[in-house]
Write a protein that binds this ligand. Structure first.
Ligand code: AMP
Length: 431
């Protein structure tokens, strides 16, 4: 098969690594890709917002399957456009991608189908929203509808904080004024991410993970896209996974099919495991980044037939095998991230780092140094730059291997958290 991956981050590098290893893959392309992905695929400079250009490329290269990494092209309907042009694509349609694109849509779907989630109301204006907050009290959660790159959620500890968040969101504080916000009860428990592969009709469980959103050790400092992750999440026992499939994922797949917009692709459920059981915090319509990286390390089966089966509606009776090992990834970011950061600093020692047992390094934001004759030197080109990943018999072993590799990388302008996996390691020690 000729396969085209869309995206340029660590998630897409992990997908490229796994897809390139499949005996079914003849030729692999990635648009736009990065310096790490270039080891696995031919990188092509396509603008993902230009669907016509993506379709023209796919036709020219006789692409058999397009795998869409990030949410923006999915919400913009790239799968619909590719399929309309006769090109098979893995990912949800624009309509189904509203599970991530619109919090109000998802909350209403949960309510109509008895899917456990925090009690909520939708608001189009600040006055009624503030009245509701005053009536409910704090803590309370304020969310802007629409994609906000992880910045559209405020967990308010006080009514005043919630009122300020309402004014900020309707006042354009997120770039443009929110057209709608959702206010919901604050859930208490432990968070976990859960992934399922869906074919429009049914779904199979992939694996669970936990990520680290805050920039600093001890979960301090501002939120980021994710500074590290590990899989599996200890809280997601087999019994809990079954509950999540039965109470959350499968009812969602059935509801979308019933609504005439079957969901195909990866469904990423952000969960709060409360003392009443799993509750849905949010859906994403693609693999998490950096969760995908640890999932791909743990997946023993070939990914390509699974993606094709999901696209073709053939997941019933499909089985995926996983390594029992844990996997962990440490994100190395440019100093200053998630605020302003520099680009173009030199990264060395990657080959030596990759020699550490069980280690795989995925690139998230790198380019080749074009000023060098051999063009092989790697430069930082983003906020999150590298994912140093490792497998191990335990999260503790995976963590030790990942940090041993981090310590072989010479990049003075970069930093990482030093405590990725702390919760799972504490759990391992306790049991
Ligand atoms: P989201 O973008 O919806 O994933 O929200 C970002 C983060 O806000 C989540 O990972 C949670 O830590 C937190 N959060 C969102 N909704 C709630 C809620 N209802 N109760 C408690 N925490 C929440």
């Amino acid at each position: 098969m000729n396969i085209l991956i869309l995206g340029s981050g660590g998630r897409e590098h992990a997908l490229a690594w796994k897809i390139a290893a499949s005996p079914l893959t003849d030729k692999l392309y990635c648009a736009p890709g990065n310096a790490g992905i270039a080891q696995e695929a031919d990188c092509v400079a396509l603008d993902l917002a230009d669907h016509t250009a993506v379709i023209a490329f796919a036709k020219e290269k006789k692409i058999d399957l397009v795998v869409v990494g990030p949410e923006a092209p999915l919400c913009a309907g790239i799968v619909d456009d590719l399929e309309a042009a006769g090109i098979k694509a893995f990912g949800p349609s624009k309509w189904a991608a509203r599970l991530e694109g619109s919090k109000g849509f998802t909350k209403d779907l949960c309510k109509a189908n008895n899917i456990p989630t925090a009690a909520y109301q939708r608001f189009k204006g600040a006055g009624a929203a503030k009245d509701y907050v005053r009536k409910k009290g704090a803590p309370i959660v304020v969310k802007a509808d629409g994609l906000a790159a992880g910045k559209g959620v405020v967990v308010a500890e006080t009514v005043k904080e919630a009122e300020e968040a309402i004014d900020m969101m309707f006042g354009g504080g997120l770039g443009q004024p929110a057209w709608e916000i959702v206010i919901e009860d604050c859930l208490v428990g432990e968070e976990a991410s859960f992934f399922a592969l869906c074919d429009g009709e049914t779904a199979i469980a992939l694996a669970s993970a936990q990520d680290h959103k805050r920039v600093g050790d001890g979960d301090k400092g501002p939120n980021t896209g994710g500074m590290g992750a590990y899989s599996p999440a200890p809280i997601m026992t087999a019994a809990m996974e079954k509950r999540v499939m039965d109470e959350i994922v499968l009812p969602t797949v059935r509801a979308l099919k019933h609504a005439g917009a079957p969901y195909k692709g990866v469904l990423f459920a952000g969960l709060m495991i409360t003392d009443k059981g799993p509750q849905l915090i949010e859906y994403n319509v693609r693999f998490g980044d950096p969760e995908c990286q640890v999932l791909m390390l743990r997946l023993m089966s070939d990914l390509v037939p699974a993606l094709v089966a999901a696209r073709d509606g053939q997941l019933k009776n499909f089985d995926l095998r996983w390594y029992d090992d844990a996997a962990l990834t440490v994100v190395m970011a440019a100093k200053g991230y998630p605020g302003a950061y520099g680009k173009g600093s030199v990264i060395e020692g990657l080959d030596a780092a990759a020699q550490v047992e069980g280690v795989e390094i995925f690139h998230a934001g790198t380019i080749f140094d074009k000023t060098r004759a051999d063009g092989k030197r790697i430069l930082a080109n983003g906020g999150r730059v590298l994912n140093v990943c490792a497998r191990g018999k335990s999260v503790r072993e995976a963590q030790a291997r990942a940090y041993a590799a981090v310590d072989r990388i010479t990049w003075p302008e970069g930093f990482c958290r030093r405590d990725i996996g702390w919760r799972a390691i504490a759990h391992e020690q306790a049991t």
